[in-house]
Design a protein around this ligand. Structure first.
Ligand code: NAG
Ligand code: NAG
Length: 329
């Protein structure tokens, strides 16, 4: 049984060296608490932890339930520095198996709240973070099938799940890959745009914070920062500006972890995709919408990489938010 679990970590100026993490620094916890960087949190762990953070730091953050999934789990956002006007939105693993999206979001939440003093500049923003946007799919990938990528809503012919990153109402109706229209397919787009509570949760969040300076969708695989659009090679109207911001993110990553992240239009790297989160975000007019694809080795990471990837994502997102805020193009 897990009790309250707020870890106390202080690593100012810590330089990440793979395989040489001073782990004793990370588990300075009370007896029955757990350390959020030691393992991939379950849905229950995450809810408990977020709830504890919000309860113990009411002046700093608020937990919001956005929607309830088919299996009755909450899609929750934690809003940090909720009184500040400049907003950053961070989305965790919409694709269930890309756990790094969740763990990096958890890292950022941890640092902003529990080590706030180390990040005065990042704490000039309001952060709206949805660490686990697909809790049913994530739990299924954690417990039953590591490769599971969709959510778990029942579909026709005894199939389950919709590819949430194809369910947004932007070019949703384009057929593309035949598997998009097949409820048994891995990239099934769903019976209608926004048919799923998880995507409705993010849609409403974006519309409620349309003034955000940046939205970052965290994904796995590729070491890339991708810009809209996913469905055409044509650059989005704001592509030059978005590219400059993405390059600032890539530079911040190089400085942090010496990893090289390529920057480009999503459709230059992957087959055309439709109904995609960052495309919808861009189409409705959020200032900058990007996808950060961490990891080189497919979608799996090990627990001893959680902190490194978290640091990488945090450095990139913060740098991109600063750049987006300052670029008045
Ligand atoms: C941290 O964990 C390590 C390995 O599990 C253990 O040896 C050490 O005593 C722990 N440190 C603290 C302060 O709990
Ligand atoms: C889901 O959200 C509701 C409303 O905020 C809350 O009462 C409930 O405890 C949450 N569920 C979990 C598992 O945290």
């Amino acid at each position: 049984m897990l009790l309250l679990l707020v870890t106390i970590i202080s690593i100012p100026g810590f330089q990440a060296i793979p395989g040489d993490l001073p782990r004793e620094c990370y588990n300075r916890t009370f007896a029955d608490e757990f350390n959020v960087f030691d393992f991939f949190l379950s849905y229950e762990d995450t809810q408990l932890w977020l709830d504890a953070l919000a309860t113990e730091n009411p002046e700093k953050c608020q937990l919001q339930k956005l929607e309830e999934t088919y299996e009755g789990r909450n899609v929750s956002a934690i809003v940090i520095n909720y009184n500040l006007p400049k907003k950053i939105i961070v989305i965790g693993n919409l694709q269930a198996r890309e756990w790094v999206g969740m763990s990096s979001a958890v890292y950022i939440i941890h640092e902003l709240i529990l080590n706030a003093g180390n990040y005065p500049d990042a704490n000039k923003f309001q952060w709206i973070i949805v660490p686990m946007p697909n809790p049913d799919g994530y739990e299924f990938s954690r417990v039953h099938d590591r490769k599971w990528n969709k959510n778990r809503s029942p579909q026709s012919n005894a199939n389950f799940g919709v590819n949430l990153d194809g369910n947004f109402n932007n070019q949703w109706n384009v057929n593309g890959n035949p598997s998009r229209a097949d409820p048994a397919g891995r990239v099934y787009r769903g019976p209608a745009p926004f048919s799923e509570p998880e995507t409705r949760a993010l849609r409403d969040l974006m519309h409620n914070h349309i003034d955000a300076v940046l939205l970052v969708d965290l994904q796995g695989f590729g070491q890339l920062i991708l810009m809209p659009w996913s469905w055409t090679e044509e650059p989005a109207p704001n592509a030059d500006r978005t590219r400059a911001i993405a390059i600032a993110g890539s530079a911040a990553i190089f400085e942090q972890t010496q990893q090289f992240f390529d920057v480009g239009i999503a459709s230059d790297y992957f087959p055309f995709a439709y109904g995609v989160c960052h495309d919808y975000c861009n189409a409705i007019g959020v200032k900058t919408c990007l996808t950060l694809r961490q990891t080189m080795q497919e979608y799996e990471i090990s627990t001893d990489q959680i902190i490194l990837f978290g640091q990488e994502a945090f450095a990139a997102i913060h740098a991109m938010a600063e750049k987006s805020d300052l670029s008045n193009i």
